[in-house]
Design a protein around this ligand. Sequence first.
Ligand code: NCD
Ligand code: ZN
Length: 347
Amino acid sequence: MSEKLTITRPDDWHVHLRDGDMLKAVAPFTARQFGRALIMPNLDPPVRTVEQAMAYRGAILETVPDGTPFDPKMSLFLTDDTSEDEVRAAARCEHVLGFKWYPAGATTNSATGVTRASHIMGTLECMAENGVVLQIHGEVTDSHVDIFDREALFIEQVLVPIHREIPELRLVLEHITTTEGVDFVRDSNRNIAATITPQHLLYSRNEIFKGGIRPHLYCLPVLKRESHRLSVLQAAVSGNPSFFLGTDSAPHPRNHKESACGCAGIFSACTAIEFYAEIFEGMEHLDRLEDFSSHFGADFYGVDRSSQKAVLDKKPQEIPPSIECGHISLTPLMAGESLSWTFAGTR
Ligand code: NCD
Ligand code: ZN
């Protein structure tokens, strides 16, 4: 009999499910593995209010196959104009777990994001008072700043001052990619946490250019040099509860990725938990996978840990080179490669 790993059913604390046909194509992958997921609001137009988030949540639930328990948690798109009434409405809604701060222009569908930190300080204070969590895409957007330095600079110039001014604000630095990101989270108080993606654990920036340009490894924040990957990897397997799972699975149709100006985002939802199992096993810390994937995020967000279990088999699988959903073609992370673990279901 093959080796089995049974863990508390995991949660994905950062995922893009999109809308329309793409939502129908990708949501079942996330719902199959994860009991809950924090759904990013960068639709076009963005999901800015509790009312819009509840309508979006309803649309998500319609795509989930019958009998699959899945609880989408929503993040609202923060703007310079987000009102304190909206913050209080979010605090009252059990399905909304925070606001996402996209610096304007930082990434996909973020043009109407926050233009300056000084414009939202009142809103952030209101969030702190009401216990609402802030999710942050932590990159400066100034075009003169080197793309590989944008996270470190955001931490130094924006995040450190905000944390000093409002230390009680609970925030998640999303998809961390740098030693500076790891150090900031590890050395701050328990109000600060970070999500970690599979791609930033698996690859350094060299991989984007291996033998040619590989658009399916382009995401934001962009992959960094090997020393940063090793810092993020050590943080993930450290057992520190401030670091937890968030795939940042961000599907784009293949022709939008394989293009003269390909968009940022890596689709990893179909074998998400297997990527992490592989990585933790490679670090000889498979024993810490469950805390990272299923406990620490729930604890940070103040929701109960799942009462369900997820089972993984030590059974090799090939990741398909392509996933076809109607007229949409997606190229998953590690397309055509093999994994040694296979998700076997929940109970
Ligand atoms: C995300 C997307 O496509 O929505 N892309 C990405 O590269 N991660 C946006 C984001 O999280 O930056
Ligand atoms: Zn994202």
